[in-house]
Design a protein around this ligand. Structure first.
Ligand SMILES: Cc1cc2nc3c(=O)[nH]c(=O)nc-3n(C[C@H](O)[C@H](O)[C@H](O)COP(=O)(O)OP(=O)(O)OC[C@H]3O[C@@H](n4cnc5c(N)ncnc54)[C@H](O)[C@@H]3O)c2cc1C
Length: 381
């Protein structure tokens, strides 16, 4: 058993951590205010080679044997600076590009994956619909065969990176009678006629990550845009979506760490009754509770990433990591705000942003009720 990062992982963490301190934290508040998509950061991280952690070198990736632990470090560090920035990149670097890598033709990989890993194209993944969230089998977007390929019609909602995406993997029904076994995946270039952004959705949380409603009206795509086998889309992508939950856990971990560190610093600086508030046992105990939750979340998250890297079935561990880490983030960020007293509600302190952002991992990748269902099924309950 080894609970330490390797030398290579420590070095990686040091570099991305420095990047976050220098380039993300200074702009995190203004990105939250303006809700601007962090395009410069995406481009810069592409140039630095961070977007291809999960992919082979031939496509501009890192060619790592154990990419999930590295990807977790990357997402955790980014979320320590801005959960909005981290979730943009988390989605971009995982399922939204994985579908092209895994099931795209070589030409599609060159056209979409390579520029995406360089930070020149933005990727999105569209499964959720107004009437189908937890119940993915209920999607109504329809793809029907045409002479040269497929015609897609439908509406997607809550799609991360949706208004800025250059390409979106769209889940659509190809056999409506068959539930999840009648879903296929299609790569849609967002310049295709009939594709449009319905609206950019306004949120109180995770504000600089773009979230959109997407509309497909008679979108015609070629045969080559079917990713993977017809009707196998959902079953194929299920594992990738399951592994993405480790990434969501890492996002939760990053914002938790930021909140804990901010609260710890403040507890040493703020004095009441002639002493730092951290000297009051009530505050000290709250910090200990936060630290214990942080440690628990960290163990679950990195264990799940390690399990995925070691070829173990990651589905239950990833769901558990997401459940534990997102609930921990919610508690830790709330406790951090309470340690700041009235100042915790003020814009000048980042803890209010951490608390708002901590709602995102509770829902992303499936709600925690759904995580419990997944764990129950996987554990034979
Ligand atoms: C900011 C943001 C970004 C997102 N990004 C993407 C994206 O990029 N691509 C994408 O496809 N989707 C995305 N989503 C969608 C996300 O995956 C869904 O919001 C999530 O799966 C829940 O679906 P829903 O919102 O429709 O809630 P619902 O499914 O309507 O759930 C409502 C409530 O009912 C509970 N519930 C539902 N079914 C059950 C059940 N069987 N047992 C117990 N409780 C149940 C839920 O836990 C929840 O509390 C995003 C969502 C958000 C908020």
């Amino acid at each position: 058993m080894d609970f330490e990062f390797t030398e290579e992982q420590r070095e990686f963490q040091k570099h991305i951590s420095r990047y976050v301190d220098e380039r993300v934290i200074p702009v995190a508040e203004s990105l939250d205010d303006t809700e601007d998509f962090p395009r410069d950061i995406v481009k810069e991280l592409g140039g630095l080679g961070y977007l291809g952690i999960k992919y082979p070198q031939e496509y501009g990736g890192s060619g790592l044997d154990n990419p999930n632990v590295f990807h977790c470090i990357f997402c955790e560090e980014l979320a320590r600076g801005s959960l909005g920035v981290a979730s943009v990149l988390g989605m971009h670097t995982s399922t939204a590009t994985h579908t092209v890598y895994e099931w795209g033709t070589e030409a599609l990989r060159q056209e979409y994956l390579v520029p995406a890993l360089a930070g020149d194209k933005i990727a999105a993944f569209g499964l959720t619909e107004p009437g189908a969230g937890s119940d993915a089998a209920a999607i109504r977007t329809r793809a029907v065969r045409t002479s040269g390929g497929w015609r897609l019609n439908g509406t997607k909602i809550f799609i991360s990176n949706g208004t800025v995406a250059d390409f979106v993997t769209i889940a659509a029904k190809t056999d409506p009678e068959k539930g999840v076994h009648g879903i296929s995946l299609f790569l849609v270039d967002t310049r295709t006629p009939g594709f449009s952004v319905g609206r950019r959705l306004e949120k109180f949380s995770n504000k600089c990550s773009d979230t959109a409603e997407l509309v497909l009206e008679d979108v015609e795509v070629g045969e080559d845009r079917l990713l993977g086998e017809e009707n196998k889309g959902f079953t194929n992508v299920y594992l990738s979506l399951a592994i993405d939950r480790v990434m969501t856990a890492a996002l939760a971990l990053g914002v938790s760490r930021a909140a804990y560190q901010a609260a710890l610093r403040y507890s040493k600086e703020r004095e009441q009754f002639g002493r730092p508030i951290g000297k009051f046992q009530a505050v000290e105990f709250r910090l200990v509770d936060m630290l214990a939750k942080l440690k628990t979340a960290e163990l679950h998250t990195y264990y799940a990433a390690w399990a995925a890297d070691h070829g173990k079935n990651p589905v239950a561990d990833a769901a558990m990591a997401k459940l534990v880490a997102s609930e921990a983030a919610s508690d830790i960020c709330r406790m951090a705000v309470s340690i700041f007293g009235g100042y915790g509600l003020m814009k000048e302190f980042a803890v209010q942003r951490y608390l708002r952002d901590s709602f995102f991992p509770l829902v992303a990748g499936g709600t925690n009720d759904i995580m419990k269902l997944v764990i129950a099924r996987q554990s034979g309950l």
